[in-house]
Design a binder for this molecule. Structure first.
Ligand SMILES: Nc1ncnc2c1ncn2[C@@H]1O[C@H](COP(=O)(O)OP(=O)(O)OP(=O)(O)O)[C@@H](O)[C@H]1O
Ligand SMILES: [Mg+2]
Length: 314
């Protein structure tokens, strides 16, 4: 893949943004746990890298599942004092996030890893919040901005709770993708999440300017077409949020489960494993999600508008 991108570079066909287009900073956010945030972050990052974009993944979750998906053992390979967001978030931390960027075995993807130590940042942030709210809330955003010029897309994988890190992620992002499995419990909590988002964002706005998002989309995740309840709730989601649903859904797939169990992604499977129907179907779901997010992203880049118009996409 590195070679393909070298060729693209030679022929000027790399799909990069222009330097004055804003890097997309996409948070895959929902305060509910287990809805597919990390799965979407790791697969989206690889979809974009395969297309030749320059991608950065920031693991903001002390559970570090995304870090593990990229082949790093959070307990062994990651030093919280040197490799994670933690030193940056601490009082008197470094000026930029460059120190934490790690190359991955995926050409085109850099990772800021996480480990359990990052959890301390929650406490330290909460303790400092009363004294210096704007500094705390904007710290991650400043960090993202300190590295943004090197990337087309920065993906943020937040922890599953309404804590200081999650708030910082909402503040650092300029676009949101909200995974919501179409079952009653997850839908109820997603509706709750959206309500909370509204009040949280207006509260955040009081601490120094509202954050405008280029797009906010809900994606039906872990969707099982065989379950009539899932189909019914998906229809309800489409009715309640007609403008806000991603058209593509991320279906519940044994292929994703299997890949995760092996700490890998569906894009990493090779050989005979990739010739099964389950694999092909799963790739199709993932690619459809990737293409839709790619289009939303390119629309935020003025330098891409001419090409998009030519392709009939704008
Ligand atoms: N589309 C899918 N099909 C099958 N399994 C899935 C799918 N999406 C996610 N999973 C599985 O569900 C579990 C939770 O997914 P994931 O870790 O991505 O969720 P999360 O929202 O990041 O969780 P947390 O809130 O704990 O960070 C994982 O075991 C993952 O393999
Ligand atoms: Mg996760």
């Amino acid at each position: 893949m590195g070679q393909v991108n070298q060729m693209r570079d030679v022929f000027g066909t790399l799909p990069h943004r222009a330097s004055d287009d804003p890097a997309l900073v996409l948070a895959v956010q929902n305060f509910k746990g287990g809805v597919g945030k990390s799965t979407i972050v790791s697969h989206l990052s690889q979809f974009f890298a395969l297309k030749g974009y320059r991608v950065c993944v920031i693991d903001c979750d002390s559970q570090a599942s995304t870090t593990a998906m990229f082949g790093m053992n959070p307990d062994i390979d990651v030093d919280e004092e040197e490799d994670t967001l933690y030193p940056f978030l601490r009082h008197g931390g470094p000026k930029s996030l460059h120190y934490a960027l790690r190359a991955t075995y995926w050409p085109g993807i850099a990772l800021i890893p996480a480990n359990l130590g990052l959890y301390d940042a929650e406490y330290e942030f909460a303790a400092r919040m009363a004294r210096e709210p704007t500094f705390i809330l904007d710290r991650l955003r400043d960090g993202v901005e300190s590295i943004a010029d090197q990337f087309d897309i920065i993906l943020l994988d937040p922890p599953p709770a309404l804590g200081m890190l999650s708030l910082s992620v909402l503040r650092a992002a300029n676009a949101l993708l909200i995974p919501a499995p179409p079952n009653n419990i997850d839908f109820a909590s997603t509706a709750h999440f959206l309500k909370m988002m509204e009040s949280t964002l207006s509260e955040l706005a009081e601490h120094g300017g509202a954050r405008e998002y280029s797009f906010v989309k809900i994606i039906a995740s872990k969707m099982n077409d065989q379950k009539s309840a899932h189909l019914a709730i998906k229809r309800m989601m489409d009715a309640v949020f007609p403008q806000d649903m991603l058209q593509a859904t991320l279906k519940d797939s044994a292929e994703i489960d299997n890949a995760t169990a092996n700490l890998s992604t569906v894009y990493e499977l090779t050989g005979p494993a990739t010739r099964t129907e389950t694999h092909k179907r799963c790739r199709a779901y993932l690619d459809a999600v990737g293409r839709e997010v790619e289009l939303l992203t390119r629309k935020t880049w003025p330098s891409h508008h001419k090409a998009l118009r030519k392709e009939g996409l704008l």
